[in-house]
Design a protein around this ligand. Structure first.
Ligand code: ADP
Ligand code: MG
Length: 472
Protein backbone atom coordinates (compact mmCIF):
# COMPACT_ATOMS: atom_id res chain seq x y z
CA UNK A 1 0.00 0.00 0.00
CA UNK A 2 2.85 2.31 0.85
CA UNK A 3 4.22 2.01 -2.68
CA UNK A 4 1.01 3.36 -4.07
CA UNK A 5 1.20 6.42 -1.90
CA UNK A 6 4.80 7.35 -2.21
CA UNK A 7 4.91 9.25 -5.49
CA UNK A 8 2.05 11.53 -4.67
CA UNK A 9 2.10 11.74 -0.92
CA UNK A 10 3.45 15.25 -0.84
CA UNK A 11 0.83 16.49 -3.22
CA UNK A 12 -1.86 14.69 -1.28
CA UNK A 13 -0.75 16.32 1.94
CA UNK A 14 -0.81 19.70 0.27
CA UNK A 15 -4.36 19.09 -0.87
CA UNK A 16 -5.40 17.79 2.54
CA UNK A 17 -4.05 20.98 4.07
CA UNK A 18 -5.93 23.08 1.55
CA UNK A 19 -9.12 21.24 2.43
CA UNK A 20 -8.58 21.77 6.13
CA UNK A 21 -7.93 25.44 5.62
CA UNK A 22 -11.14 25.66 3.65
CA UNK A 23 -13.13 23.77 6.24
CA UNK A 24 -11.90 25.40 9.43
CA UNK A 25 -11.04 28.88 8.24
CA UNK A 26 -7.86 30.87 8.28
CA UNK A 27 -7.39 31.51 11.95
CA UNK A 28 -7.98 27.97 13.23
CA UNK A 29 -5.84 26.72 10.41
CA UNK A 30 -2.99 29.01 11.30
CA UNK A 31 -3.09 28.23 14.99
CA UNK A 32 -3.60 24.52 14.98
CA UNK A 33 -3.34 22.94 11.57
CA UNK A 34 -0.57 24.72 9.78
CA UNK A 35 1.99 23.58 12.38
CA UNK A 36 1.26 19.90 11.67
CA UNK A 37 4.12 17.96 10.14
CA UNK A 38 3.50 14.87 8.09
CA UNK A 39 5.79 12.12 9.33
CA UNK A 40 4.74 9.10 7.38
CA UNK A 41 2.01 7.42 5.42
CA UNK A 42 2.18 3.69 5.65
CA UNK A 43 -0.13 0.70 5.79
CA UNK A 44 -3.17 2.90 5.68
CA UNK A 45 -1.98 4.96 8.61
CA UNK A 46 -1.10 8.62 8.42
CA UNK A 47 1.17 9.83 11.17
CA UNK A 48 1.31 13.53 11.90
CA UNK A 49 3.54 15.30 14.40
CA UNK A 50 2.96 18.33 16.59
CA UNK A 51 5.45 20.02 18.92
CA UNK A 52 3.67 19.71 22.28
CA UNK A 53 1.37 17.41 24.19
CA UNK A 54 -1.15 20.13 24.59
CA UNK A 55 -1.32 20.65 20.86
CA UNK A 56 -1.63 16.94 20.32
CA UNK A 57 -4.62 16.71 22.64
CA UNK A 58 -6.22 19.76 21.18
CA UNK A 59 -5.77 18.64 17.58
CA UNK A 60 -6.93 15.14 18.47
CA UNK A 61 -10.08 16.28 20.12
CA UNK A 62 -11.00 19.04 17.68
CA UNK A 63 -9.63 18.12 14.31
CA UNK A 64 -8.85 14.41 14.06
CA UNK A 65 -12.16 13.53 12.40
CA UNK A 66 -11.75 16.37 9.95
CA UNK A 67 -8.16 15.41 9.17
CA UNK A 68 -9.12 11.79 8.62
CA UNK A 69 -11.99 12.61 6.34
CA UNK A 70 -9.85 15.08 4.36
CA UNK A 71 -7.29 12.32 3.91
CA UNK A 72 -9.88 9.81 2.92
CA UNK A 73 -11.20 12.12 0.25
CA UNK A 74 -7.70 12.20 -1.18
CA UNK A 75 -6.80 8.61 -0.61
CA UNK A 76 -9.26 5.84 0.08
CA UNK A 77 -6.62 3.52 1.51
CA UNK A 78 -6.10 5.74 4.55
CA UNK A 79 -7.77 4.14 7.55
CA UNK A 80 -6.42 6.04 10.50
CA UNK A 81 -4.65 9.23 11.47
CA UNK A 82 -2.27 9.22 14.39
CA UNK A 83 -1.17 12.49 16.01
CA UNK A 84 2.13 12.26 17.86
CA UNK A 85 4.38 14.65 19.74
CA UNK A 86 7.80 15.46 18.39
CA UNK A 87 9.73 17.83 20.59
CA UNK A 88 12.90 19.46 19.43
CA UNK A 89 14.83 17.03 21.63
CA UNK A 90 13.28 13.90 20.12
CA UNK A 91 15.55 11.62 18.19
CA UNK A 92 14.67 12.60 14.65
CA UNK A 93 14.83 9.04 13.37
CA UNK A 94 12.48 7.84 16.10
CA UNK A 95 9.57 10.13 16.18
CA UNK A 96 7.51 7.86 18.39
CA UNK A 97 8.43 5.52 21.22
CA UNK A 98 7.11 2.57 19.28
CA UNK A 99 9.27 1.35 16.39
CA UNK A 100 8.42 3.10 13.19
CA UNK A 101 7.60 1.09 10.11
CA UNK A 102 10.11 0.89 7.29
CA UNK A 103 10.62 4.45 6.14
CA UNK A 104 8.92 5.55 2.99
CA UNK A 105 10.52 8.33 0.98
CA UNK A 106 8.25 10.65 2.88
CA UNK A 107 9.41 9.63 6.32
CA UNK A 108 13.03 9.80 5.29
CA UNK A 109 12.44 13.29 4.16
CA UNK A 110 10.82 14.19 7.44
CA UNK A 111 13.62 12.48 9.32
CA UNK A 112 16.10 15.18 8.36
CA UNK A 113 14.57 17.32 11.01
CA UNK A 114 11.56 16.73 13.15
CA UNK A 115 10.16 20.00 11.96
CA UNK A 116 10.64 19.94 8.23
CA UNK A 117 7.94 22.07 6.82
CA UNK A 118 7.38 22.23 3.14
CA UNK A 119 6.57 25.89 3.35
CA UNK A 120 9.07 26.72 6.02
CA UNK A 121 10.61 29.81 4.39
CA UNK A 122 7.29 31.57 4.16
CA UNK A 123 6.45 30.74 7.75
CA UNK A 124 9.82 31.74 8.98
CA UNK A 125 9.32 35.31 7.84
CA UNK A 126 5.77 35.57 9.14
CA UNK A 127 6.12 39.30 9.67
CA UNK A 128 2.46 39.97 10.21
CA UNK A 129 2.40 37.83 13.34
CA UNK A 130 5.34 39.66 14.87
CA UNK A 131 3.74 43.05 14.63
CA UNK A 132 0.33 41.97 15.62
CA UNK A 133 0.64 40.16 18.91
CA UNK A 134 -2.31 42.02 20.23
CA UNK A 135 -5.70 40.68 19.26
CA UNK A 136 -8.30 43.08 17.84
CA UNK A 137 -10.52 44.85 20.34
CA UNK A 138 -14.29 44.64 20.18
CA UNK A 139 -15.62 48.17 19.67
CA UNK A 140 -18.66 47.38 21.82
CA UNK A 141 -16.62 46.39 24.85
CA UNK A 142 -16.11 49.82 26.43
CA UNK A 143 -16.73 51.24 29.89
CA UNK A 144 -19.50 53.33 28.37
CA UNK A 145 -21.34 50.16 27.42
CA UNK A 146 -20.76 48.48 30.74
CA UNK A 147 -23.53 48.10 33.28
CA UNK A 148 -22.47 47.82 36.89
CA UNK A 149 -24.33 45.78 39.48
CA UNK A 150 -23.61 44.19 42.82
CA UNK A 151 -22.11 41.11 41.26
CA UNK A 152 -19.47 42.93 39.23
CA UNK A 153 -18.91 46.31 40.88
CA UNK A 154 -15.64 45.38 42.52
CA UNK A 155 -14.12 43.96 39.36
CA UNK A 156 -15.35 46.94 37.37
CA UNK A 157 -13.91 49.44 39.85
CA UNK A 158 -10.57 47.65 39.78
CA UNK A 159 -10.55 47.67 35.99
CA UNK A 160 -11.24 51.40 35.97
CA UNK A 161 -8.38 52.08 38.35
CA UNK A 162 -6.00 50.20 36.11
CA UNK A 163 -7.26 52.06 33.07
CA UNK A 164 -7.13 55.49 34.64
CA UNK A 165 -3.96 55.42 36.68
CA UNK A 166 -0.65 55.85 34.98
CA UNK A 167 1.06 54.30 38.01
CA UNK A 168 0.49 50.60 38.48
CA UNK A 169 -2.12 50.40 41.25
CA UNK A 170 -1.90 46.66 41.82
CA UNK A 171 -0.05 43.99 39.98
CA UNK A 172 -1.41 41.82 38.59
CA UNK A 173 -5.09 42.54 38.40
CA UNK A 174 -6.62 39.11 38.29
CA UNK A 175 -10.24 39.00 37.11
CA UNK A 176 -12.12 35.78 37.43
CA UNK A 177 -15.63 34.48 36.98
CA UNK A 178 -17.80 32.14 34.94
CA UNK A 179 -18.26 32.34 31.20
CA UNK A 180 -20.13 35.25 29.69
CA UNK A 181 -19.94 37.42 32.79
CA UNK A 182 -17.87 40.21 31.29
CA UNK A 183 -14.19 39.42 31.84
CA UNK A 184 -13.24 40.02 28.24
CA UNK A 185 -15.45 43.08 28.10
CA UNK A 186 -13.60 44.66 31.04
CA UNK A 187 -10.19 43.90 29.58
CA UNK A 188 -11.09 45.45 26.25
CA UNK A 189 -12.55 48.43 28.08
CA UNK A 190 -9.22 48.98 29.83
CA UNK A 191 -7.42 48.80 26.50
CA UNK A 192 -9.83 51.20 24.77
CA UNK A 193 -9.57 53.68 27.58
CA UNK A 194 -5.77 53.73 27.59
CA UNK A 195 -5.63 53.85 23.83
CA UNK A 196 -7.78 56.95 23.84
CA UNK A 197 -6.30 58.82 26.79
CA UNK A 198 -2.69 57.69 26.61
CA UNK A 199 -1.97 56.58 23.06
CA UNK A 200 1.75 56.53 23.86
CA UNK A 201 1.30 53.65 26.25
CA UNK A 202 1.62 50.28 24.60
CA UNK A 203 -1.13 47.86 25.46
CA UNK A 204 -1.17 44.24 24.42
CA UNK A 205 -4.29 42.15 24.80
CA UNK A 206 -4.30 38.51 23.79
CA UNK A 207 -5.88 35.23 24.70
CA UNK A 208 -3.87 32.68 26.63
CA UNK A 209 -4.30 30.36 23.69
CA UNK A 210 -2.71 32.84 21.37
CA UNK A 211 0.06 33.45 23.87
CA UNK A 212 0.67 29.72 23.98
CA UNK A 213 0.54 29.37 20.27
CA UNK A 214 3.07 32.15 19.80
CA UNK A 215 5.31 30.51 22.31
CA UNK A 216 5.03 27.08 20.70
CA UNK A 217 5.87 28.69 17.39
CA UNK A 218 8.86 30.43 18.88
CA UNK A 219 10.19 27.14 20.21
CA UNK A 220 9.62 25.52 16.88
CA UNK A 221 11.68 28.15 15.13
CA UNK A 222 14.14 28.38 17.99
CA UNK A 223 13.21 31.99 18.27
CA UNK A 224 12.25 32.49 21.89
CA UNK A 225 14.31 35.68 22.07
CA UNK A 226 12.04 37.37 19.57
CA UNK A 227 9.07 36.05 21.51
CA UNK A 228 10.30 37.75 24.67
CA UNK A 229 11.17 40.88 22.75
CA UNK A 230 7.53 41.32 21.76
CA UNK A 231 6.53 41.74 25.35
CA UNK A 232 9.49 43.76 26.53
CA UNK A 233 8.28 47.19 25.48
CA UNK A 234 4.72 46.76 26.65
CA UNK A 235 3.17 49.00 29.32
CA UNK A 236 0.08 46.94 29.93
CA UNK A 237 -0.10 43.25 29.14
CA UNK A 238 -3.48 41.55 29.30
CA UNK A 239 -3.88 37.83 28.90
CA UNK A 240 -7.40 36.47 28.74
CA UNK A 241 -8.48 33.02 29.93
CA UNK A 242 -5.23 31.94 31.55
CA UNK A 243 -6.83 28.70 32.72
CA UNK A 244 -5.67 27.43 29.34
CA UNK A 245 -2.07 27.94 30.35
CA UNK A 246 -2.25 25.89 33.51
CA UNK A 247 -0.65 22.50 33.32
CA UNK A 248 1.04 23.09 30.00
CA UNK A 249 4.55 22.70 31.39
CA UNK A 250 6.90 24.75 29.24
CA UNK A 251 4.32 27.37 28.38
CA UNK A 252 3.57 27.81 32.04
CA UNK A 253 7.25 28.30 32.71
CA UNK A 254 7.58 30.85 29.93
CA UNK A 255 4.46 32.64 31.02
CA UNK A 256 5.86 32.87 34.52
CA UNK A 257 9.17 34.30 33.30
CA UNK A 258 7.48 36.87 31.13
CA UNK A 259 5.21 37.72 34.01
CA UNK A 260 8.06 38.15 36.49
CA UNK A 261 10.13 40.22 34.12
CA UNK A 262 7.27 42.59 33.50
CA UNK A 263 6.30 42.88 37.15
CA UNK A 264 9.92 43.66 38.00
CA UNK A 265 9.86 46.48 35.47
CA UNK A 266 6.66 47.75 36.98
CA UNK A 267 4.52 47.10 33.95
CA UNK A 268 0.83 46.52 34.50
CA UNK A 269 -0.48 43.02 34.00
CA UNK A 270 -4.12 42.07 33.81
CA UNK A 271 -5.19 38.45 33.70
CA UNK A 272 -8.52 36.70 33.51
CA UNK A 273 -9.56 33.14 34.24
CA UNK A 274 -12.61 31.10 35.01
CA UNK A 275 -11.30 30.37 38.51
CA UNK A 276 -9.38 32.12 41.26
CA UNK A 277 -5.60 31.69 41.24
CA UNK A 278 -5.72 29.18 44.07
CA UNK A 279 -8.35 27.09 42.30
CA UNK A 280 -6.57 26.99 38.98
CA UNK A 281 -5.66 23.41 38.36
CA UNK A 282 -2.29 22.22 37.24
CA UNK A 283 -0.55 25.41 38.18
CA UNK A 284 2.56 25.34 40.33
CA UNK A 285 2.20 26.72 43.84
CA UNK A 286 4.75 29.48 43.33
CA UNK A 287 2.88 30.62 40.25
CA UNK A 288 -0.44 30.57 42.07
CA UNK A 289 0.82 32.60 44.97
CA UNK A 290 2.48 35.07 42.67
CA UNK A 291 -0.72 35.54 40.72
CA UNK A 292 -2.55 36.37 43.91
CA UNK A 293 -0.07 39.09 44.93
CA UNK A 294 -1.91 41.89 43.28
CA UNK A 295 -5.64 42.30 43.35
CA UNK A 296 -7.91 39.35 42.79
CA UNK A 297 -11.40 40.44 41.79
CA UNK A 298 -14.17 38.02 41.09
CA UNK A 299 -17.26 38.58 39.00
CA UNK A 300 -20.18 36.79 40.56
CA UNK A 301 -23.13 35.32 38.70
CA UNK A 302 -25.55 38.03 37.66
CA UNK A 303 -28.40 39.18 39.84
CA UNK A 304 -31.88 39.82 38.52
CA UNK A 305 -31.37 43.59 38.81
CA UNK A 306 -28.17 43.51 36.81
CA UNK A 307 -29.73 41.37 34.11
CA UNK A 308 -32.61 43.78 33.83
CA UNK A 309 -30.23 46.74 33.75
CA UNK A 310 -28.18 45.18 30.99
CA UNK A 311 -31.28 44.34 28.97
CA UNK A 312 -32.60 47.88 29.28
CA UNK A 313 -29.30 49.37 28.23
CA UNK A 314 -28.88 47.03 25.25
CA UNK A 315 -32.46 47.46 24.09
CA UNK A 316 -31.97 51.20 24.18
CA UNK A 317 -28.70 50.99 22.26
CA UNK A 318 -30.40 48.88 19.62
CA UNK A 319 -33.27 51.30 19.43
CA UNK A 320 -35.73 48.54 20.22
CA UNK A 321 -39.06 49.29 21.75
CA UNK A 322 -39.37 46.34 24.06
CA UNK A 323 -42.18 46.40 26.60
CA UNK A 324 -40.79 46.41 30.16
CA UNK A 325 -42.74 43.20 30.89
CA UNK A 326 -40.78 41.36 28.22
CA UNK A 327 -37.47 42.57 29.59
CA UNK A 328 -38.52 41.44 33.05
CA UNK A 329 -39.54 38.10 31.66
CA UNK A 330 -36.13 37.64 30.03
CA UNK A 331 -34.26 38.76 33.14
CA UNK A 332 -36.17 36.15 35.12
CA UNK A 333 -35.78 33.33 32.69
CA UNK A 334 -32.32 33.66 31.25
CA UNK A 335 -30.04 33.44 34.21
CA UNK A 336 -27.03 31.65 32.77
CA UNK A 337 -24.90 34.56 31.63
CA UNK A 338 -24.88 37.91 29.91
CA UNK A 339 -23.87 36.49 26.57
CA UNK A 340 -27.04 34.42 26.36
CA UNK A 341 -29.08 37.33 27.55
CA UNK A 342 -27.77 39.42 24.67
CA UNK A 343 -28.35 36.58 22.27
CA UNK A 344 -31.96 36.41 23.36
CA UNK A 345 -32.46 40.10 22.79
CA UNK A 346 -30.85 39.95 19.36
CA UNK A 347 -33.09 37.13 18.35
CA UNK A 348 -36.23 38.85 19.49
CA UNK A 349 -35.15 41.95 17.65
CA UNK A 350 -34.45 40.07 14.44
CA UNK A 351 -37.78 38.32 14.68
CA UNK A 352 -39.71 41.51 15.33
CA UNK A 353 -38.03 43.26 12.42
CA UNK A 354 -38.69 40.40 10.04
CA UNK A 355 -42.21 39.57 11.03
CA UNK A 356 -43.18 43.11 11.81
CA UNK A 357 -45.21 42.19 14.85
CA UNK A 358 -44.84 43.97 18.18
CA UNK A 359 -42.81 42.14 20.80
CA UNK A 360 -44.79 40.37 23.50
CA UNK A 361 -44.08 37.75 26.11
CA UNK A 362 -45.76 35.19 23.88
CA UNK A 363 -43.56 35.92 20.87
CA UNK A 364 -40.49 35.97 23.12
CA UNK A 365 -41.43 32.54 24.44
CA UNK A 366 -41.91 31.24 20.96
CA UNK A 367 -38.70 32.61 19.52
CA UNK A 368 -36.59 31.59 22.48
CA UNK A 369 -37.99 28.15 23.11
CA UNK A 370 -34.66 26.33 22.97
CA UNK A 371 -32.82 28.97 24.95
CA UNK A 372 -35.44 28.95 27.67
CA UNK A 373 -35.30 25.20 27.87
CA UNK A 374 -31.54 25.20 28.08
CA UNK A 375 -31.73 27.66 30.93
CA UNK A 376 -34.11 25.41 32.75
CA UNK A 377 -31.84 22.53 32.26
CA UNK A 378 -28.11 23.08 32.42
CA UNK A 379 -25.74 20.12 32.21
CA UNK A 380 -27.35 17.27 34.07
CA UNK A 381 -25.72 14.57 36.12
CA UNK A 382 -27.19 11.99 33.76
CA UNK A 383 -25.47 13.60 30.80
CA UNK A 384 -22.19 13.68 32.64
CA UNK A 385 -22.53 10.01 33.56
CA UNK A 386 -23.30 9.12 29.98
CA UNK A 387 -20.35 11.02 28.50
CA UNK A 388 -17.92 9.75 31.08
CA UNK A 389 -19.08 6.15 30.64
CA UNK A 390 -18.65 6.49 26.89
CA UNK A 391 -15.27 8.02 27.31
CA UNK A 392 -13.95 5.20 29.50
CA UNK A 393 -15.98 2.59 27.69
CA UNK A 394 -17.83 1.24 30.68
CA UNK A 395 -21.54 0.58 31.00
CA UNK A 396 -23.75 3.44 32.05
CA UNK A 397 -25.29 1.18 34.70
CA UNK A 398 -21.87 0.92 36.35
CA UNK A 399 -22.21 4.56 37.37
CA UNK A 400 -24.74 3.44 39.96
CA UNK A 401 -23.67 -0.15 40.47
CA UNK A 402 -21.95 -1.28 43.68
CA UNK A 403 -18.93 -2.63 41.77
CA UNK A 404 -15.66 -1.45 43.19
CA UNK A 405 -13.22 -2.65 40.53
CA UNK A 406 -10.82 0.15 39.65
CA UNK A 407 -11.87 0.01 36.00
CA UNK A 408 -15.33 1.22 36.92
CA UNK A 409 -14.66 2.94 40.24
CA UNK A 410 -12.26 5.51 38.78
CA UNK A 411 -14.54 6.62 35.93
CA UNK A 412 -17.35 6.84 38.46
CA UNK A 413 -15.20 9.13 40.61
CA UNK A 414 -14.43 11.24 37.56
CA UNK A 415 -18.15 11.58 36.88
CA UNK A 416 -18.82 12.58 40.50
CA UNK A 417 -16.05 15.12 40.31
CA UNK A 418 -17.44 16.60 37.11
CA UNK A 419 -20.93 16.62 38.54
CA UNK A 420 -19.63 18.72 41.41
CA UNK A 421 -17.80 21.03 39.03
CA UNK A 422 -20.42 21.46 36.36
CA UNK A 423 -23.73 21.39 38.19
CA UNK A 424 -25.08 23.18 41.22
CA UNK A 425 -26.16 19.93 42.87
CA UNK A 426 -25.12 19.31 46.45
CA UNK A 427 -22.94 16.40 47.48
CA UNK A 428 -25.88 14.36 48.87
CA UNK A 429 -27.86 14.96 45.67
CA UNK A 430 -24.92 13.80 43.59
CA UNK A 431 -24.48 10.73 45.79
CA UNK A 432 -28.11 9.78 45.28
CA UNK A 433 -27.71 9.83 41.52
CA UNK A 434 -24.82 7.42 41.76
CA UNK A 435 -26.79 4.51 43.14
CA UNK A 436 -27.65 6.13 46.43
CA UNK A 437 -24.12 6.68 47.64
CA UNK A 438 -23.32 8.70 50.72
CA UNK A 439 -22.15 12.32 50.40
CA UNK A 440 -18.82 11.39 51.99
CA UNK A 441 -18.19 9.03 49.07
CA UNK A 442 -18.70 11.92 46.68
CA UNK A 443 -16.42 14.12 48.73
CA UNK A 444 -13.78 11.42 48.71
CA UNK A 445 -14.13 11.06 44.93
CA UNK A 446 -13.71 14.79 44.40
CA UNK A 447 -10.58 14.86 46.56
CA UNK A 448 -9.16 11.78 44.93
CA UNK A 449 -9.57 13.19 41.43
CA UNK A 450 -8.09 16.50 42.53
CA UNK A 451 -5.06 14.66 43.90
CA UNK A 452 -4.66 12.63 40.75
CA UNK A 453 -4.94 15.72 38.65
CA UNK A 454 -2.21 17.39 40.63
CA UNK A 455 0.16 14.46 40.26
CA UNK A 456 -0.63 13.16 36.80
CA UNK A 457 -0.62 15.66 34.02
CA UNK A 458 -1.89 13.29 31.36
CA UNK A 459 -4.84 12.41 33.47
CA UNK A 460 -5.49 16.04 34.21
CA UNK A 461 -5.43 17.01 30.54
CA UNK A 462 -7.78 14.17 29.82
CA UNK A 463 -10.26 15.47 32.37
CA UNK A 464 -10.05 18.95 30.89
CA UNK A 465 -10.89 17.62 27.47
CA UNK A 466 -13.76 15.58 28.83
CA UNK A 467 -15.08 18.60 30.60
CA UNK A 468 -14.91 20.76 27.54
CA UNK A 469 -16.71 18.12 25.53
CA UNK A 470 -19.49 17.96 28.09
CA UNK A 471 -19.80 21.71 28.31
CA UNK A 472 -20.12 22.31 24.59
P1 ADP B 1 -16.41 36.48 29.54
O1 ADP B 1 -15.15 36.98 28.91
O2 ADP B 1 -16.42 36.63 31.02
O3 ADP B 1 -16.77 35.09 29.12
P2 ADP B 1 -17.59 38.57 27.95
O4 ADP B 1 -16.77 39.71 28.43
O5 ADP B 1 -17.27 38.03 26.60
O6 ADP B 1 -17.60 37.40 29.02
O7 ADP B 1 -19.13 39.00 28.02
C1 ADP B 1 -20.14 38.34 27.30
C2 ADP B 1 -21.09 39.35 26.71
O8 ADP B 1 -21.82 39.93 27.74
C3 ADP B 1 -20.38 40.47 25.98
O9 ADP B 1 -21.11 40.80 24.84
C4 ADP B 1 -20.38 41.61 26.97
O10 ADP B 1 -20.41 42.85 26.33
C5 ADP B 1 -21.65 41.35 27.74
N1 ADP B 1 -21.57 41.80 29.14
C6 ADP B 1 -21.14 41.07 30.20
N2 ADP B 1 -21.23 41.77 31.33
C7 ADP B 1 -21.73 42.97 30.98
C8 ADP B 1 -22.06 44.16 31.73
N3 ADP B 1 -21.90 44.22 33.05
N4 ADP B 1 -22.54 45.20 31.04
C9 ADP B 1 -22.72 45.15 29.71
N5 ADP B 1 -22.43 44.08 28.97
C10 ADP B 1 -21.94 43.00 29.59
MG1 MG C 1 -13.85 35.96 27.64
Amino acid sequence: MAEQLDPSVDAQWARVRARLREEYGESAFKSWLKPLTLVLVDEGEVRIAVPTRFMRDWVRSHYSDGILSAWRTENKSVKAVEIIVLTAQSEPARPAPEPVAAPTPMSRNAAKSPFVLRDAPAEREAPEEKEDVSAPLDPRFTFANWVTGKSNEFAAAAARRVAEEAKVPFNPLFLYGGVGLGKTHLMHAIAWHIRKRHPERKVIYLSAEKFMYQFIRAIRFKDTMAFKEQFRSVDVLMIDDVQFISGKDSTQEEFFHTFNALVDQNRQIVLSADKSPSDLEGLEERVKSRLAWGLVADIHPTTYELRLGILQSKAEQMGMGVPPKVLEFLAHKITSNVRELEGALNRINAHATLVGRPISIETAQEVLLDLLRANDRRVTIEEIQKRVAEHYQIRLSDMSSPRRARAVARPRQVAMYLAKQLTTRSLPEIGRKFGGRDHTTVMHAVRKIEELRASDRNFSDDIDLLRRMIET
